[in-house]
Design a protein around this ligand. Structure first.
Ligand SMILES: [Zn+2]
Length: 263
């Protein structure tokens, strides 16, 4: 078998806290990495059930629901922790920043580190092996709240993520898709791809299944925060009094409307 064949790694979404996902990637030999373990218990269960060895932990940002399991897992398994340079993330072995490559021997995987400020200022994403681990920056049918960054920063971050290959599987850190979809339907009502996605999302949630990962191509077709230049979103912004050529103002208005939305 070719050591870098795509069939060599397997992706799991571990449910954690109320609506978080901890992503676990493992190879056929049982070497695993996890992304943003906000709790250690779901990871420990998966490691035992599947007889996996935890080798690495990737952290996207400092929020507690993404890092609270790191210390336990690092101590018990000796996993190497990769995280952005932010003192609010105390548990870390290797600080990484924009343009760095995380190259793991086991599981054999390489990820490009991308700075994606907006939700927080030090937020990073990891892209590689066909996956995008984007934390709370990009969600299916939505994006993260702007706790620290500006609309211009977040829009630039989303633009960068949207430019990754269309087949990239978006692995976001929360199951927010149904609620995001209710907002998206109101601002991009004529979008047939969005309507189809909403039906799929409803069916998946009825069966208690994750709505992610989802392809970047699918998100580009349905996520209003990636469709800020599309006629429907331009028309929506105009109706809010936003001038046509200012895409940052359009994005800011859309994000503010989502903050106010109670669907
Ligand atoms: Zn967060």
């Amino acid at each position: 078998m070719h050591p870098h064949a795509e069939t060599d790694v397997h992706l799991l979404a571990l449910s954690a806290l109320s609506d978080n996902y901890i992503w676990l990637l493992h190879d056929d030999a049982g070497h695993a990495l996890v992304v943003d373990p906000g709790q250690s218990e779901p990871v420990e269960r998966a490691l035992i059930e599947r007889r996996l060895q935890l080798c690495a932990i990737l952290v996207t940002h400092h929020h507690h629901d993404h890092i609270d399991g790191v210390a336990d897992l690092r101590e018990r398994h000796g996993a190497t922790v990769y995280a952005p340079a932010d003192p609010r993330i105390g548990e870390c072995d290797i600080r990484v920043s924009d343009g760095d490559t995380v190259a793991l021997a086991v599981p054999a995987a390489r990820f490009q580190v991308m700075a994606v400020p907006g939700h927080t200022l030090s937020h990073i994403a990891y892209a590689g092996e066909g996956y995008l681990f984007c934390g709370d920056t990009l969600f299916s049918l939505g994006c993260g709240r702007l706790f620290e960054g500006t609309p211009a920063q977040m829009l630039a971050s989303l633009d960068r993520l949207a430019s990754l290959p269309a087949t990239t599987l978006v692995c976001c850190a929360h199951e927010y898709t149904a609620a995001n979809g209710r907002f998206a339907a109101g601002v991009d009502a004529g979008n047939a791809a969005l309507s189809a996605r909403l039906i799929e999302v409803a069916r998946l949630r009825e069966h208690g299944q994750p709505t992610v990962p989802v392809s970047l191509a699918g998100e580009r077709a349905t996520n209003p925060f990636l469709r800020i230049d599309q006629p429907a979103l331009v028309a929506w912004a105009r109706a809010q009094g936003i001038t046509m050529d200012d895409r940052i103002a359009r994005f800011a208005a859309l994000r503010a409307a989502k903050d106010q939305f109670r669907g």
